[in-house]
Design a protein around this ligand. Structure first.
Ligand SMILES: Cc1cc2nc3c(=O)[nH]c(=O)nc-3n(C[C@H](O)[C@H](O)[C@H](O)COP(=O)(O)OP(=O)(O)OC[C@H]3O[C@@H](n4cnc5c(N)ncnc54)[C@H](O)[C@@H]3O)c2cc1C
Length: 421
């Protein structure tokens, strides 16, 4: 069976690696020209994501991943702060869990290695086309297909603006939040802006004042403030907190104790950040937070960030209801990961869910009998599980988004002014 995967991010590469390992013919296409020259900070992989990964890649790659990852169990439990930097409480103990944080670039590089020469970089997919007698439904990412891509027993095709189409038995869209494949299948958008703009960056722990180092500690934390403002500060130390003590296998991008922070603001307030990048973006943020009553020292982690690491992005979210996800009948074109269940980073589970989707699809394909009908039935079973998984991570991610946005109401502003908060 020949499978074509559109998108070589985390989910697409995980699937490509698993298919190749099981002897399928596979081709993964990504528009990026280098897997390492991409954005991204750290990715959290819980136990379920790691066990899915073990199904997909060889054990030695898992060992290299763990040797390059920061173990959550070595970190102090998470803290919750207010905007003045006052401690409100702690999250649960992390000691028992096997969760890890890994640099996105490290994870993507390892997965790309597993896919080998079945990964084709610098290849932007311009459309997908369903197979069967009704071929002719070419979609260039437009929104008016009215549910194309379903049914059709013939082989689907992947189209490129600058190269010949590629035919497959199964096409999988792993092309992320703005997925062309999922839009084609659904006949319209499958997610929408969640109302928050995030700005992220990385700051070496050693670049902070002693006071802030002491306050933030060797832990991650979340602070929320008024008028839709929040600051997540994640602690990453793949060297000191390595999940597997095997320095000879280490390939982490992060080489010392580092805070990966994400400042979040309600979209309406973020207009002043539009078009800014790097140092300009970093330097504009503290003012926005100070206007909302944040204490200066809590913003030091932003002010001391490496300017090249600072980037803004808009949160997108699909519906939290399982029944709304992948709203198409099963066929020989499907999708996984953010393409189906775009999740704000507030859950820290988007990549893990994409990896679990990949492992589930591989399992269902392995269980399917011969023939097109068996393939479509296997895809149907896979999509049913993916809807449940997607709903679970979206529900978690949206809980934090709603908490932040709840503080963006006129009542909240009045309470703030009156000192009632
Ligand atoms: C640049 C970037 C940085 C990120 N940083 C973080 C982070 O710091 N922390 C975090 O938790 N999550 C981050 N994420 C999101 C996280 O990686 C995803 O939520 C998760 O991995 C889901 O994986 P996915 O495979 O569904 O999508 P993604 O990992 O987003 O991969 C989608 C891939 O599809 C490719 N693609 C899209 N359209 C086309 C096309 N038409 N033709 C060819 N290729 C196409 C993209 O280049 C991309 O590589 C980031 C995503 C990206 C793209």
């Amino acid at each position: 069976m020949r499978v074509v995967v559109v998108g070589g991010g985390i989910g697409g590469l995980a699937l490509g690696a698993g298919l190749r390992r099981r002897g399928y013919e596979v081709a993964v296409f990504d528009r990026d020209t280098d897997v390492a020259h991409t954005g991204g900070y750290h990715i959290t992989l819980d136990e379920r994501a790691q066990s899915a990964l073990r199904e997909l890649v060889e054990p030695h790659l898992v060992r290299r991943l763990l040797a390059s990852a920061s173990a959550l169990r070595h970190r102090d439990r998470d803290a919750f702060w207010d905007r003045r930097g006052r401690l409100l409480g702690f999250g649960p103990e992390l000691g028992g869990g096997a969760g890890v944080d890994v640099d996105r670039i490290t994870l993507r590089t390892l997965l790309a290695e597993a896919v080998g020469d079945d990964l084709h970089l610098g290849r932007t997919v311009s459309g997908v086309e369903r197979g069967g007698a009704d071929r002719g439904g070419v979609d260039q990412g437009g929104l008016d297909r009215g549910g194309a891509g379903r049914g059709g027993d013939g082989a689907p095709r992947v189209l490129f603006a600058d190269a010949a189409p590629v035919t497959a038995d199964l096409v999988v869209g792993a092309d992320g939040t703005h997925s062309l494949v999922a839009r084609h299948l659904a006949g319209g958008p499958v997610n929408s802006p969640a109302g928050i703009v995030g700005v992220s960056g990385r700051t070496a722990r050693g670049d902070l004042s002693a006071g802030e180092r002491r306050r933030l500690g060797l832990r991650s934390g979340l602070a929320t403030g008024p008028r839709g403002s929040a600051l997540y500060v994640g602690f990453l130390d793949p060297v000191g907190n390595a999940a597997l003590d095997a320095p000879e296998l280490r390939m982490s991008r992060t080489t010392g104790p580092t805070y990966i922070w994400g400042a979040m603001v309600a979209e309406a307030a973020a207009a002043c950040l539009r078009g800014l990048r790097g140092a300009e973006l970093r330097d504009a943020l503290p003012g926005l937070f100070r206007e909302r009553g944040w204490a200066g020292h809590t913003l030091e982690v932003i002010a001391r960030a490496d300017p090249d690491s600072v980037a803004a992005y808009r949160f997108h979210a699909a519906s939290t209801r399982a029944g709304d996800l992948a709203p198409w009948p099963a066929g020989r074109i499907t999708a996984l990961g953010d393409a189906v269940h775009a999740t704000p980073p507030t859950a820290g589970m988007g990549a893990g869910a994409a990896i679990r989707d990949a492992a589930a699809l591989l399992r269902h394909l392995g269980d399917a009998g011969e023939g097109g009908t068996a393939l479509v039935e296997a895809v149907g079973r896979f999509e049913a599980g993916m809807r449940r998984r997607g709903s679970e991570v979206l529900t978690l991610g949206m809980r934090t988004v709603r908490l932040i946005l709840a503080a963006d109401s006129p009542v909240d502003a009045a309470a703030e002014v009156g000192g009632l908060r």
